[in-house]
Design a protein around this ligand. Sequence first.
Ligand code: FE2
Length: 381
Amino acid sequence: MTLKTANPAGPQRTGQPEESDFLPINGTDYIELYVSNAKQAAHFYKTAFGFQSYAFAGLETGLKDRESYVVSQDKIRLMLTSPLHKDSEIGKHIERHGDGVKVVALWVDDATRSYQETVKRGARSYLEPFTLQDENGEAVMSGIHTYGDTVHVFVERKNYRGVFLPGFKRWETTYNPEPVGLKYVDHMVGNVGWNEMNTWVDFYANVMGFKQIISFDDKDISTDYTALMSKVMSNGNGRIKFPINEPAEGKKKSQVEEYLDFYDGAGVQHIAVATDNIIETVTALQSRGVEFLRVPGTYYDTLLDRVGTIDEDLAPLKKLGILVDRDDEGYLLQIFTRPVGSRPTLFFEIIQRKGAKSFGKGNFKALFEAIEREQELRGTL
Ligand code: FE2
């Protein structure tokens, strides 16, 4: 197995000087999921994942066609949106894809320039720049299409002092379960169709100015059944990392193909969220009913031979099913949830980095074998 690192210095040091970065991004602003029942989804993300009630827009705030609940945990904001009537764009999205990520919103200082620079380089327009205002100031938003029906919205909020965005009110509730220690979005992975990976790698490179930091191919990541190819794209300051997966020919249907079938096309496969204490976070998540993929107990028999000395005791890692991988710069701990909806599509990853800048390639084989056992149960292998 060979790790091909396009830039051995890692994502933190791929930074171009700010002035040459035509799309400076401060971070992930929010992630919007189109879901069939936003009110219940918000309850799920609060109860199971420890998100907090944050903002709301709907009939009560003057919206006619939809309602959105925004929940937050430290720097992570999830927006859950449902349509209120038949034949809506949102409803069609849900009918086709099931619940899934529609918007990966990026926080920028200048949403107009972000739009102009990317559209000039070939991005397909989703939202022309427009200004939203209320008594707390104004925000500028714009948007472009990416893979599948997924879009990037650029959010410029430097002149806004309200709770979230103009048009939203603070969502206050009496039911406020404790957070579980999720801090920020570490990376978001897209699954794209056969022979499409390089198209989207080129899109992030040419249209958005990202750099490729890592690639794997089917020789790196394959089990008896699953094969996939993956390339990781990062923006100039390393705050945004988008791995892009494409299926590769295997003996049977790979998990990426299964995703593409059930999502009916390309889309966001998983959202990786960071914690400072994965043992505490995963203990809390499991006690709240979040289900995780489990690798066989034998994974832990050889773990320390593979990754060397780590700060954590092995026993809680094994009990919780947390995986460990090491690269040149350190190690990481990670675990993957089972799909969060009815379709085997979107899931979450919980990750704690201890120096490592990579994505857990050493765990892929063990993990894919675990996924294949679940595919077998679903009859989709
Ligand atoms: Fe990941």
